[in-house]
Design a protein around this ligand. Sequence first.
Ligand code: SF4
Length: 383
Amino acid sequence: MSKDYGVYIHIPFCKQKCFYCDFPSFAGREKYINEYLHSLRREMELGAERFGIHGKLMPHTVYIGGGTPSHLNFSQMEMLFEGIHANMQAYGAAEFTMEVNPCTIDEEKLHLMKDNGVNRISIGVQSFDDGCLKCIGRVHTGDMALEKVKLAQSSGFQNISIDLMYGLPGQTLDTLKMSLDKAVELGVQHVSIYGLQLEEGTVLAKQQEMKRLELPDDEAVEEMYDYLVDFLPTKGFNRYEISNYAQEEYHSRHNTLYWQDIPYLGFGSGAHSYWQGNRYENPVDIGEYIKAIADGKFLNIMEEFVSEKAHMEEFCFLGLRMTKGIDKKKFRQTFDKDIHEIFGGAIDKMVARELLAESGSAIFLTPLGMKYGNVVFGEFILE
Ligand code: SF4
């Protein structure tokens, strides 16, 4: 099987649920970890066949995300890697990423990751300011994050990404600047930076309902955004996607697959797959996932055929997230139609408002369009 697909592996366990998080992750479920890892291995063994792949998987990229993969203890991590290597050629992947939390990573685990072919780590930092970290329920301090990034570097990782956030409770432009300066000083290769969204059901959303949440006002958040989009490129971090900045050659190859409409297989609870025009979604509930795998009910896991209309919309939403934009030739090859035939009205309207621009080969968001991406995406919804 050719290497034109990625593999995502989900580890849904966390030490504590962060106050802003609505990802499929859970705290206090450690007693399920070993059983979960058995199920994951079983799913990887049988899952490949479910997608018509025979023999070992040969993905272009592998990404272990969560949740918090580093919440596994050393022997559980060994189990995870054994399952992976038994079912795919992860050592041969162009990129093999693992997400870690500063609080649960140590030298032994970092060496284990390295020995098992992980060549990129993504560290959830969010902020180096302890006040902000406390307000969003992170389990580490800013100093601990600094120390663990340095530990990853001294353990031999040369491709490190950190996640940061802006618009946080208690955050000011100065504390954001401090976090950005620290990221630059550390010499990491990649920064993902997201604006806080208040997602339903999270602690922060509840605090907001009870009027107990103090957030920076819209003007302050806009100031933070304007600052960071100017600042990071001056330090060699080029923006290649709405929320992602990288040093030359260090963009995330795995996430780029998603934005380029390339297939991927997802294993684990809540994981999504996109394969031969269909989407699949595993149960989010850990117990339900374990039971589904034990019953061999792979084909009962939710499956959705993506219509051409939905595929065209997604192709555009995802392509526009990247600064290089939608590849017009690829659109024609995929749908056998010129993009103007389908989205001509939307393109003209957005170009006139200077939110979109067009070159011979691509259609892409302008800097203003990057700021107001949702306005543009809304125009790419077909009747
Ligand atoms: S560590 Fe990550 S996945 Fe876990 S609760 Fe926090 S943000 Fe969510």
